[in-house]
Design a protein around this ligand. Sequence first.
Ligand SMILES: Cc1ncc(COP(=O)(O)O)c(C=O)c1O
Length: 388
Amino acid sequence: MVSFSSRVPNRLESNRLASARAVAGEIPYDLSISNPTVCGLPYPDDLLSELANPDGLRYSPDPLGPVRARRAVSDAYTQKRIHVDPDNVVLTASTSEAYSLLFKLLCDPDDTIVTPTPSYPLFDQLCRLDGLRTHPLPLDPNDDWRPIFGATDTAPENTRAVIVVHPNNPTGSHIHPEDGATLAKICRDRGWALVADEVFLPFVLDGGPGSETSFASRNDVLTFTLGGLSKSIGLPQLKLSWMVVGGPGDLVTETLDRLEYIADAYLSVNTPVALAVPHLLAAATTIRSAITDRCRTNLETLRSMAASLPAACVPPVGGGWSAILRLPAVLDDEEMAIRLLTERGVAVQPGFLYDLPTEGVMVLSLLTPEPVWRAGLEEIFDAVRGWI
Ligand SMILES: Cc1ncc(COP(=O)(O)O)c(C=O)c1O
């Protein structure tokens, strides 16, 4: 009899909300869309023209990705006044893949990664798929989601890295510069690597301390700064991400050699897409501004509508594509999301999916087309008024 790896859970059935969505069919007001390519955003018609560049007909594998693309990523940092050597840029097919390469670089099976909570729900799965455990770094809801560093004291001996998401998904909170320095010190003292996921950094909404600061400028500790086309130009289907390796010189050199060894086993970077990176990043401004404008407008609409419902509240969103809506906790999150879906045709994500700590908390995607957003919010607030 075949025995499967415990990296994949034995029970794979959907949760109640996912099952309700499966039977709901078309959803009139989907306020949970995370796919930017179906939100009516104005992608320039010629955005993908460089994919036909005949240079892409020649396969000349480089484990870290074609140097032309790595230079373009480095130039993008230069525009933000951060010096990144193209040799310190490693391309991957996605941010998820970047995590997997880093886990292989830093960890043995059963080692531990410190992950922020609440945050991107995929971390547990990504760690488990690489045979790793997680230890939480709680973010304080009563202190602008700043990390509660005391929790790192109880991280096990076999901890190898700490991940931060800057700005975090879904809280929108940036890592405060003082907290970045504290994290770097903790990592130095304990021999951990620092992994900063900055996929949403180009999208500043309310802003705040840290919103202008990238971890790519850190050189006091081994730091991996992650970004990619899936968010920065809203094209997840291109499958092109990067990590910037920073830190003390000798350590960076050895790290890059080891990363090259791992990446060479997969060679997963797509040549035509990588060759198009200079063109894509140069054209990014239009689509990035359109996404930022959409998110800002939707956030404003949400705030003005929430103001009419006592006990509803929208915490500040430093940056990113999500907003948290706190509603009166008349039902638990999952029940509320299911009833909004089945009774009102509105899809939202309940906060528990992100480990958000209180009941009545919904996560909404600010990417939603504006008329759908407004109509969906009207349904939500009308439903909640009826439940109070
Ligand atoms: C914080 C964060 N990191 C990474 C990703 C995934 O990025 P990619 O599509 O490059 O794997 C997401 C996707 O939503 C995300 O929220």
